[in-house]
Design a protein around this ligand. Structure first.
Ligand SMILES: [Zn+2]
Length: 136
């Protein structure tokens, strides 16, 4: 407990001095977002399964070949969605980890505060707006 406090004070020199209430606020936002993403992930899984079955049906019947290409584009669209969700999920876990170790809200690239407004919009942001633009 005391060790944690010491660390927070040390971070305070280059990061925002946040109290527990602020951390708890973003932690809640991140956890809520994670629940949403898990639900979306479940939907993409079900959709992929649907396409997989439709594909199996289509390949069993050669006359359905034109439909096969539609299924392929469905497949890549849903898979892209799934990858996107996985990426966001990882970013959220990393942000929750940073809340734990007290480095949340500090840009991982330049060490400056990410900014409350940016975190409100994107709680999983690990970069300040300057670094995010520089890396684009
Ligand atoms: Zn930065």
């Amino acid at each position: 407990m005391l060790a944690n406090r010491g660390k927070t004070v040390e971070m305070g020199t280059r990061g925002p001095r946040w109290d527990r209430v602020q951390f708890a606020h973003f932690e809640r936002a991140l956890l809520a977002r994670r629940v949403e993403l898990d639900a979306q992930f479940g939907i993409t899984q079900a959709e992929l399964e649907g396409v997989r079955q439709a594909r199996a049906d289509a390949s069993a019947d050669d006359e359905h070949d034109p439909e096969g290409s539609t299924l392929s584009s469905d497949w890549s669209r849903i898979q892209g969605l799934e990858e996107n969700i996985s990426r966001q999920r990882l970013a959220i876990d990393a942000a929750l980890q940073r809340i734990d170790d007290g480095s949340y809200g500090i840009c991982v690239r330049c060490g400056k505060p990410v900014g409350i407004e940016r975190l409100e919009a994107r709680p999983a942001s690990e970069l300040c707006i300057v670094c995010a633009r520089a890396l684009e």
